[in-house]
Design a binder for this molecule. Structure first.
Ligand code: MV4
Length: 509
């Protein structure tokens, strides 16, 4: 095992990796930008080093700075987390050159499987189903018309360099193809400096279901079941769960084996995720591979009882996987809500600022992976995800009930959070029955008016009323209150008002 691991990341994932290091008896080394001096990941590490100004281009994304700290601190490995440099083959390559282990796949595997079109080619070669369409970029709009006619409308144009839904346009009929082509290519050019697009058959209301895979350096591959990630807003996942409500043992086996076959063909090692679209008839199609640990890995950890980050370290250290496919059992159901500092009543506008107080959910089946603390200021410079609330239950119903209960216990005062959005989603019959698809949340948000949902604030108002009644009774019994009792009740009423203000927000113009 390693002596010292550099964590090339920040926020909740850096805290998560530091925890795994601790459990393995490995020293955790943090890096931080000027905006992160007081961040939780710095406090949770054994050592921490500054890497420059707040903008990530000048700090977390600078390979030479990361490697400089790793050399200086005597680290024998680097964990990239997700985002930042996690899928940049240049870091994996620079690690090899520096004699430091990169905790992830090789640069070559990252290049092969991380490129959309290269991965689609590999998938075709090994017989993993892909959406019908082109393997190579299309050169002209005339060529696009020809191919679209061949595979039949609707079709979708996708940027070769794509990500986050940019440079993507669905096309219902031939008359729309001209303008969709112009939009997709110019958006791709602007976003990626690469105007190339390819074409696929457009699937109506597919689900996004992904398979977690692990591969060691001894040729062993396993799949750890699926995660259902269809609840997304603008291509950002909002809620994930395992297992998927539509999964069957047969489909899981077919998708898992397809994912492993692809990973094997690309000489993949360490943890990775194979994304699929699944249609209403449960046909699945390979979409892309993520060559990193993912934000939503905890739901897989909860249903497999495995620690994916510790396994990543053990695999990178050369240990063989300590189990085979036949040993993997899924138990119960897990849900994850991504908690953001953003205002769901004001078009999800980011809401950075100082967190004055935190309420941390706990109790049966609850896990909170977060990177914040009371008194800390959420910086403007980065993704405003505060953390992830994860609930496990013996079945989906129990996991849902626990998540609802834990959301009511969550509090981050001083900033706005998207917690009320989760209450709305969890209260919807579509979510409760699992009738979700990739554009479901967009449809839900544009269709459903913001209605008041009974929440813990009402309960705590009832609690407050009970407390006031009890206090009045106490007064009637004792004939008076002392100063400290008066202060207590005044403070708790003040707190109720504060909470009401935070929750009953009017939509902003
Ligand atoms: C699709 C699709 C329908 N048909 N491809 C969106 C992001 C990119 N990674 C792939 N995406 C999609 N590709 C075909 N052939 C629908 C989507 C899609 C989507 C996929 C996953 C999660 C959320 C989504 C939201 C809208 C569209």
């Amino acid at each position: 095992m390693f002596q010292k691991v550099l964590i090339a990341n920040r926020g909740e994932i850096a805290v998560r990796i530091a925890r795994a290091c601790r459990e393995l008896g490995v020293r955790a080394v943090a890096v931080f930008s000027d905006a992160d001096r007081a961040s939780l990941h710095v406090r949770r590490a054994d050592e921490a080093y500054p890497i420059g100004p707040a903008p990530s281009r000048e700090s977390y994304l600078v390979i030479e700075k990361i490697l400089g700290v790793a050399r200086y601190a005597g680290c024998d490995a680097i964990h990239p987390g997700y985002g930042f440099l996690a899928e940049n083959p240049a870091l994996a390559r620079a690690c090899v050159d520096a004699g430091i282990t990169f905790i992830g796949p090789s640069a070559a595997a990252m290049e092969q499987l991380g490129s959309k079109t290269a991965a689609r080619q590999i998938a075709r070669d090994v017989g993993t189903p892909t959406v019908p369409g082109t393997l190579n970029p299309i050169k002209t709009v005339d060529e696009a018309v020809e191919i679209a006619r061949d595979i039949g409308f609707p079709v979708i144009l996708k940027a070769v360099a794509g990500g986050g839904g940019k440079g993507m346009r669905s096309v219902a009929s031939q008359s729309e193809l001209d303008s969709a082509w112009r939009d997709a290519t110019s958006e791709a050019q602007n976003a990626f400096g690469d105007a190339r697009v390819y074409l696929e058959k457009y699937l109506q209301r597919p689900r996004h279901i992904e398979i977690q895979v692990l591969a060691d350096h001894h040729g062993h591959f396993v799949y750890l079941g699926e995660r259902e990630c269809s609840v997304q807003r603008r291509h950002q996942k909002v809620i994930e769960e395992a297992p998927s409500p539509i999964m069957t043992p047969e489909l899981r086996k077919a998708m898992g084996e397809a994912a492993v076959k692809l990973a094997r063909a690309g000489n993949y090692t360490n943890a990775g995720t194979v994304e699929f679209l699944v249609d209403a008839q449960r046909n699945f199609y390979f979409l892309e591979m993520n060559t990193r640990l993912q934000v939503e890995h905890p739901v897989t950890e909860m249903v497999t009882s495995l620690d994916l980050v510790k396994l990543q370290l053990r695999i990178a250290a050369g240990e063989p996987l300590p189990f085979g496919q036949q040993d993997i059992e899924l138990r119960g159901h897990a849900l994850e809500c991504r908690i953001y500092a953003e205002d769901p009543d004001n078009n999800f506008f980011p809401s950075p600022g100082k967190i004055t107080d935190c309420g941390v959910p706990a109790g049966p089946g609850i896990r909170l992976d977060e990177g914040i603390y009371a008194g800390w200021t959420v910086p403007n410079e980065y993704d405003p995800m505060l953390g992830k609330l994860i609930a496990w239950g013996a079945d989906r119903e129990e996991a849902l009930a626990r998540m609802g209960r834990a959301l009511a216990e969550y509090r981050a005062s001083g900033i706005k959070t998207n917690v009320s959005l989760f209450r709305r989603i969890l209260a919807s019959s579509d979510f409760q029955t699992g009738a979700i698809y990739t554009r479901w949340l967009d449809d839900f948000l544009s269709a459903a008016p913001v209605t008041e949902i009974r929440n813990v604030e009402e309960e705590s108002q009832a609690e407050q009323a009970a407390a006031i009644a009890a206090f009045l009774w106490h007064l009637s019994q004792t004939g008076g209150a002392n100063a400290s009792q008066t202060r207590t009740i005044a403070e708790s009423r003040w707190r109720t008002e504060g909470r009401r203000e935070q929750v009953n927000r009017e939509p902003q113009p």
